[in-house]
Structure formats: C-alpha cells, structure tokens
Design a protein around this ligand. Structure first.
Ligand SMILES: Cc1cc2nc3c(=O)[nH]c(=O)nc-3n(C[C@H](O)[C@H](O)[C@H](O)COP(=O)(O)OP(=O)(O)OC[C@H]3O[C@@H](n4cnc5c(N)ncnc54)[C@H](O)[C@@H]3O)c2cc1C
Length: 336
C-alpha cells in the first residue's frame, strides 16, 4: 500500500475543501476503497474520513411522507430502522441481501452507492465475462453496478443530495449513474470535492409498502454480489395495479429502471401472464456481452418472480433469504 495522508474534518465544508485537492478521496466504511488500495487499483494521496461528520448518519421519516437517509448511516442500521421497514421494506430486504453482517455493520450507504464497478478492478472488460452487462454496455465497458441497495432506490424514484464548494444540489439517482458512451468508462457525476450527504425517498412510496419485494440471484447464499436481481413494487387498488415499479440489478452499469414494463402493468389485474409479459418487455433490448446470454433469461424470470412475490404481499417478517441465515435479524419485522 502507498503512503497517504489521513484527515478527519469536523464539518461538511471542511471536508469538501480538503477533498477538492488533487489525489484526495473520501473514506467512509472503507470496505470497498481499502480493498482497492491494498491491490493498488486506488492510490489516493489523502484520505478524508467523513464517518464522524455530525448529523450525516441520521435516518428520518419526512413529515409529508418519504424518507431522508444520511449518507453515513450504516447499512445495518438502515436495514433495521422502523421507518425504513414501514415505508420502504424492499430497501431493507435489499440491504440485508448484501455482503455479510460484519460488512454491513462497517459499510455506509453513501459508500454503497459509490462503490466501484467490480470489473474496473481488472480494467473494464476483464473479470468474469458471465457476470457482465446485458443492457446498455459498450465494447469499452461491460461492468455492472454491484449495489443491491440502489436497485429498490431507483425503483422508488430516490434522489441524492450532494454538497460541493458552491453549495448543495439534488440529482435523481437514476441520472446520477451514467452509461458508458463509446470508448469511455462511466462514473457517477461528482465534481472535485463533492460529497454525497443524503438519499431522499419521495412522498408516496408508502403506497407501495404492502406489495414490495427484492429478489437476488447469486452464486452462493451469502457474501456474494448479485448475478441478477429485481426490485418490484405494486400499488394495488380494488384488484387492479394502480402504479407499478420495476428495476433490475446486475444487468447494466447502472440499476435498470424499466419504464415500459411499468406502463404495461398499470391498469391490469395482477396475473402470471401480465408479469411474464412485463418481464419480457423489461429485457427486450438485452444482448449478451460475452458468455452470458443465460443472464437475459435469468433476469427475465427474476423480474417475473419479484412481481409475483410483490403481488402476494410484503411478508410480515423478513424472510430467511436473501438475508444470511446466520444473521441475528432473522425474523425481524419486515413490514409494520
Ligand atoms: C466481500 C464483500 C462483499 C460485498 N457484497 C456486497 C453485496 O452483495 N451487495 C452490495 O450492494 N454490496 C456489497 N459489498 C459492497 C459493500 O456493501 C460496499 O462496499 C459498502 O456499502 C461501501 O460502503 P463503504 O462505506 O465501506 O465505502 P468506502 O469503501 O469507504 O467507499 C467506497 C467509495 O465511495 C467513495 N465515497 C464513500 N462515501 C462517499 C460520500 N459520502 N461521498 C462521496 N464519495 C464517497 C469513496 O471515496 C470510495 O471511492 C461487498 C463488499 C465486500 C468487501
């Protein structure tokens, strides 16, 4: 590991000023960044530790509906927070499906959003071709966004709050992640020193809480990234789908929201046939980027399954899977 400076600023303003200098990087839980530093992929000259900035770990239900989740909140604290369970249970389900209990205790949600796409570890197009993207990829970049958490967030229309030298701004999460364009790798659009301070879930998400699920397919039960995943949420009124949300993970360089599939579902009664049709539409533009054609069919089935599980109702208690069977939270309320 290279030598680096370590700073622990006392305010967001000081953090932004420190991180705006060339070669500086923010340090939150370090579960992604320190791994990259150990293998020489990331070589920051200064680490700006933002884990103890006051107020950045607060999780709160907003008065008009929705949620505000501080970027420094721990993955495990967000997953078991009563307001998150009540208003956005599939966000908790997605967080509990990620990594391990130990990593979730160390990792922060801001770092989860900004974790590096895994294929970048080996140069953009290397790595396991069977894990690569099937939507929105280019020859230069076939890596997938590794986060579970971001998939339900994009489905629910979340935005991110960003602090910079010029003040604060808000960006829709789905626009925060760009897709690769031609020969270029794609990265979230953050200017020099910009710090993610919070995630905002809009008013109205509560309407989906009774019918919302996150389904993750992976090579082994625990401690593994998604091969494919789907976050599905339905607002069902009088036997009809009044509003639908569907986003896919593990298929592209960003969590993949499926507007056309959502529009198809709206106004229909929940049924296996309409779920299969919507899932097929969600994957209509998919094409293999290597030895991974199987992912298209797998994602299609995962999307249909997530929709069917959502229609059946959010379980009263968190299921044993996708959370680790060894997790002490097994059996915790999933929807209250
Ligand atoms: C073995 C293993 C398995 C894992 N499995 C999963 C999984 O199944 N699903 C999943 O979703 N994740 C998984 N992860 C990823 C883990 O959840 C994320 O690494 C974690 O959430 C990142 O948070 P962190 O606080 O540790 O980030 P860090 O490592 O501290 O930071 C990650 C990156 O984000 C930047 N950054 C951090 N916070 C901010 C901020 N507020 N503003 C601007 N930039 C910032 C850092 O500079 C760095 O570049 C796994 C990780 C490991 C090591």
């Amino acid at each position: 590991m290279n030598r680096f400076e370590y700073l622990r600023p006392a305010s967001v303003e000081d953090a932004v000023a420190a991180a705006a200098t060339p070669g500086a990087a923010y340090l939150s839980g370090g579960t992604n960044l320190l791994d990259l530093m150990k293998v020489g992929v990331a070589t920051p000259s200064t680490l700006v530790d933002v884990t103890r900035l006051p107020g950045l770990d607060v999780i709160e239900a907003l008065p008009g509906g929705g949620l505000r989740i501080g970027a420094m909140a721990r993955n495990s604290d967000v997953a078991r927070h009563p307001d998150v369970l009540a208003r956005a249970p599939m966000v908790a389900e997605a967080l509990l499906s990620g990594a391990s209990a130990q990593l979730r205790n160390a990792a922060r949600v801001g770092g989860n959003i900004l974790q590096h796409p895994r294929a970048l570890l080996s140069g953009g197009i290397a790595g396991e071709p069977r894990e690569h993207a099937v939507l929105g990829w280019t020859e230069a970049c076939r890596s997938v966004h590794p986060s579970d958490f971001c998939v339900p967030l994009v489905a629910l229309g979340a935005s991110v709050e960003i602090a910079g030298i010029g003040g604060r701004r808000e960006v829709a999460l789905r626009d925060f992640f760009s897709l690769p364009d031609g020969a270029e790798e794609a990265f979230p659009a953050l200017g020099p020193g910009e710090l993610l301070t919070a995630l905002l879930l809009p008013a109205g998400i509560e309407a989906f809480a009774a019918h919302a699920r996150y389904v993750k397919l992976r090579e082994r039960t625990s401690f593994a990234f998604a091969l494919v995943s789907a976050a599905a949420a339905l607002e069902i009124e009088g036997g009809t789908i009044a509003r639908a949300r569907l986003a896919l993970g593990g298929v592209a360089h960003r969590p993949w929201r499926t507007d056309a599939a959502e529009a198809l579902l709206t106004g229909n009664a929940p049924s296996a046939a309409i779920f299969a049709e919507a899932a097929a539409l969600a994957l209509a533009d998919a094409r293999p980027s290597g030895d991974n054609a199987f992912k298209i069919e797998l994602a299609r089935r995962t999307a249909a399954r997530a929709l069917a599980l959502a229609a059946a109702g959010t379980p009263a208690r968190m299921p044993a899977l996708p959370a680790s069977p060894f997790d002490a939270e097994y059996g915790a309320p999933a929807h209250v």
